[in-house]
Design a protein around this ligand. Structure first.
Ligand SMILES: Cc1cc2nc3c(=O)[nH]c(=O)nc-3n(C[C@H](O)[C@H](O)[C@H](O)COP(=O)(O)OP(=O)(O)OC[C@H]3O[C@@H](n4cnc5c(N)ncnc54)[C@H](O)[C@@H]3O)c2cc1C
Length: 290
């Protein structure tokens, strides 16, 4: 392991000041399940590790009176999926958080770390996009927000500027008659990187027979996780049936630009996009109908 200084700020302002002072040589430490491995393998040079887990805003999980949910960027997956309100109102987050690694990883790993690592296959990212989550960022220039779908810019890269910290993720209140779901495909049962993943969120008419709106996101099939607006548009205003859902699957497949690598081929990934989008829409509909 390379030698680095360890700093544990107790406020967002303090963390931002340390990050700004050291520039790219400083890295945020949340759960450490990506960054510690990357530092040990020499894939990241880290002079200062900035542990943000002592900052209240960054480890919170707060349900607001208006039905929205704010999750601190460094809140562990286990805290998220063990929360009764999340289980009841945001089950798609449970789908993702309970699939990231095993129990040991889940008690450290965070949604913020998954997003800031900005891997194309990050298993929480399509879910956050489908749920319309907003990144709450703080930095030397003050606070700003950005939708999750605009956060990742390339494999391992994102919009964070020097000194900026992802503080929290804000999930809007789920609409009446809405539901969401996440699924991934891996070649074995656990502890692997997704060959493809997908999340869908749907809002249905009061009788549950028509799609009012939908948000669909796919991962591991492009340089960044993708929000496929056209797939949601294919559902909006249409009856809930196989033919409508097939149109959304085709739109998602058209947006995917997968590569062939050791985990899967272009053809397999294109096929998986159709399978996973169909399954997540069906599960989201089931959840929306209650
Ligand atoms: C055995 C194992 C299995 C895994 N399985 C999966 C899996 O199934 N699916 C999956 O998607 N991932 C998996 N991972 C990868 C990893 O666990 C996840 O990406 C996890 O969510 C990272 O969260 P973390 O809190 O540990 O991030 P960290 O390692 O602490 O940070 C990750 C990166 O984000 C930066 N960062 C973290 N928080 C912030 C912040 N608030 N503001 C700015 N920058 C920040 C860090 O500097 C670092 O560059 C696995 C890892 C291991 C070791």
């Amino acid at each position: 392991m390379q030698a680095f200084d360890y700093v544990a700020p107790s406020s967002v302002q303090e963390a931002v000041a340390v990050l700004a002072k050291h520039g790219p040589a400083a890295r945020v430490l949340a759960g450490g399940t990506d960054i510690i491995i990357q530092a040990r393998e020499g894939r990241r040079d880290v002079a200062v590790m900035v542990d943000v887990k002592g900052i209240a805003e960054v480890t919170q999980l707060t349900h607001s009176g208006d039905g929205s949910l704010r999750i601190g960027a460094a809140t562990s997956c286990a805290k998220i999926y063990n929360d009764a309100g999340v289980q009841q109102r945001f089950p798609a987050l449970v789908d993702s958080a309970s699939l990231i690694g095993g129990i040991q990883i889940q008690s450290r790993a965070s949604l913020g770390g998954n997003l800031c690592n900005s891997g194309p296959a990050g298993d929480s990212i399509p879910t956050m996009i489908a749920l319309g989550a907003i990144c709450e960022i703080n930095g030397p220039g003050g606070a700003r927000t950005i939708p999750v779908e605009q956060f990742c810019t390339a494999p391992g890269r994102n919009v964070l500027q020097n000194g900026e910290l992802l503080v929290s993720l804000l999930f809007p209140a789920p609409a009446a008659k809405s539901g969401a779901a996440f699924e991934r495909f891996i070649p074995r049962n656990e502890m692997d990187i997704a060959v493809a993943n997908a999340a869908s969120s749907v809002t249905l008419s009061a009788d549950g027979g028509t799609f009012q709106s939908a948000r669909i996101a796919i991962g591991a099939v492009a340089p960044t996780p993708l929000y496929v607006e056209a797939a949601g548009a294919a559902l909006a205003g249409q009856p809930v049936n196989e033919a409508t859902i097939e149109k959304a699957c085709e739109a998602a497949q058209a947006a995917a630009t997968p590569i062939t690598d050791m985990r899967g081929s272009i053809e397999q990934r294109n096929h998986l996009v159709g399978v996973l989008v169909r399954r997540t829409i069906n599960k989201a509909v089931e959840r929306a109908r209650g």
